[in-house]
Design a protein. Structure first.
Length: 538
């Protein structure tokens, strides 16, 4: 028969109970399907385990960190586990109770994890844009007044980070807990037919309409998640991503797949479950126990012509085991997009780095030239916003301003010494100079600047060093950077005992190396030809 041909009542009865009416073909088809799914299972397991181990091995790469290693790994493991079990039940009988909780609880859990990761992308993107303007507004305030005894008027930005994390935890926890509670209640009423230790073919139970209601949690949770992801799709479309196959691609493509397959699964079950249940109810009637197929069709079911459906629906329902394999496709793609694709990008980035290793534009010395170019700093800032690490570029800009403050102090101090009264240095408007530098990042000649990192921080400059510390170094700072614990401890000790003008130098070196390995390759990839032909000299 053709895929879209209508089927007869006899064919439909064979589809439902070919274990009774077509025993020989039933056994052959079952064996073929088991072998097919076993091969798919082996391939899926090998690729899944290898990709998860590779992801863990590459956890220190920036591409992995940018996706939130812990959250993505848990999402990948739960998706792999769901796909693993969904494929296994196609050729191995697994206790119904175990299968029930995986379908009704673990599936909503990893869907909620993915939704939270998508939400994290949106929130962090908006947060990084907000961070740039907020830091500038904060620095425009008169620092002398801020540190004249009043408390620091910030800490609203760190609270946003905490709120982002709290929202993520809520999105994951609430659907999972609700699904778990409802499943426990449903299971308690159906425990005799769905035990943890009794083996049974869950697919056949679904087909015979014996356990369909128990798995309704997974179906309704999928519908709710699909609606939430449609809303999330709109927000993700508004963010910008540096990579063609980056986080934005992962979120959008996975959302489309989840929504399409959830709709298809709901349509299959809503269209066929009732029909299958009614036919099964008739077939279980004692009067048909010893009646041949022809008699059943001619005697009772021939009149039910309204139940004839296009054959393609039954084929999909049959080969996807009641639509459950559709969720396995989601698991497979989620592992590919969130685990395998970032690993491929890491290896590709490493190969590209080795390829251009000897080019002048790839050196750390050239990167310092880029960091001293105001137009390229703005490009780096744009890239960093999309990579959720704009605090690194802001750190560099503010560090440069601190250096200029020291340079200006030395110039004004020498002038005061020539006049014969070094105390006149206190009359210079350092605040005005600071605000001027903050408004426009510029590069000026500092050839006469004798930089001694062990020089004590002058009293006139100290408020700006404190502001810098509370903004970028303090863990509760509005734009705290990700530097080593040893560096933070060293800075803290100097700040409390003997502050020097070089107290942030080690942190600066770490930040520059971080930008060199994370956002600078993106700048090179986008502008390599132009940079190669126009080496900047600042």
């Amino acid at each position: 028969m053709g895929v879209f041909d209508n089927i007869s009542a006899e064919d439909f009865l064979k589809f439902i109970r070919y274990d009774r009416f077509d025993v020989e073909n039933y056994g052959k088809r079952q064996e073929v399907m088991k072998k097919v799914y076993f091969i798919i299972f082996i391939i899926y397991t090998v690729i899944g385990v290898f990709s998860l181990l590779s992801f863990i091995h590459l956890r220190n790469w920036y591409i992995i960190k940018q996706r939130s290693f812990g959250l993505t790994l848990i999402n990948g493991i739960s998706a792999f586990f769901c796909g693993f079990l969904t494929l296994m039940v196609q050729f191995v009988n697994i206790p119904c109770g175990f299968n029930l909780y995986v379908s009704n609880v673990i599936s909503p859990f990893y869907n909620a994890l993915f939704l939270s990761r998508s939400l994290r992308v949106v929130l962090l993107y908006r947060f990084n844009i907000f961070k740039v303007t907020a830091i500038k507004r904060r620095n425009y305030k008169r620092l002398r007044e801020s540190f004249g005894g009043d408390s620091e008027p910030n800490y609203y930005l760190p609270k946003i980070y905490k709120r982002v994390n709290n929202i993520i935890y809520t999105v994951v926890a609430i659907p999972t807990i609700i699904a778990l509670i409802i499943t426990i209640i449903i299971h308690s009423y159906n425990y005799d037919s769905c035990r943890f230790y009794a083996e049974g073919n869950a697919t056949e139970l679904l087909k015979k309409n014996n356990s369909g209601k128990m798995f309704m949690v997974a179906q309704y949770a999928g519908i709710v998640m699909a609606i939430a992801m449609c809303i999330m799709f709109i927000f993700i479309c508004r963010i910008k991503d540096n990579s063609k196959y980056g986080v934005k691609f992962e979120c959008l493509s996975t959302i489309i797949l989840i929504v399409v397959l959830t709709i298809l699964n709901s349509f299959l079950n809503s269209s066929l479950q009732g029909v299958i249940g009614e036919y099964n109810g008739i077939l279980r009637s004692p009067q048909f126990d010893n009646m041949p197929m022809e008699a059943i069709v001619n005697g009772v079911l021939a009149e039910k012509t309204d139940y004839k459906k296009p054959n393609i629906l039954y084929l999909i329902y049959e080969y996807t085991k009641g639509g459950r394999v559709l969720f396995c496709i989601i698991s497979m793609y989620m592992i590919f997009s969130s685990i395998i694709l970032p690993c491929i990008k890491c290896y590709k980035s490493k190969r590209e780095k080795n390829r251009y290793f000897h080019e002048p534009t790839s050196s750390i010395q050239y990167f310092y030239k880029v960091l001293n170019s105001p137009p390229l700093i703005e490009e780096l800032k744009t890239i960093a916003i999309k990579e959720y690490s704009v605090e690194n570029v802001l750190f560099w800009e503010n560090y440069q301003v601190l250096q200029k403050m020291i340079y200006r102090y030395q110039i004004e101090f020498k002038k005061a010494e020539r006049i014969g009264n070094p105390r006149l240095i206190s009359q210079y408007d350092f605040e005005g100079y600071y605000q001027q530098q903050m408004q426009t990042f510029s590069v000026s000649s500092m050839d006469d600047y004798s930089y001694d990192p062990n020089m004590p921080v002058p009293r006139e400059i100290m408020p700006y060093y404190i502001n810098f510390y509370k903004t970028f170094i303090d863990s509760l700072g509005p734009a705290s950077v990700n530097i080593s614990g040893a560096t933070i401890k060293h800075i803290y000790n100097e700040m409390c005992t003997y502050p020097t003008i070089g107290m942030f130098d080690n942190a600066k070196n770490e930040i520059v190396e971080m930008m060199y390995s994370s956002i600078f390759p993106i700048l090179l990839r986008q502008n390599r030809k132009q940079l190669r032909n126009n080496i900047i000299n600042y």
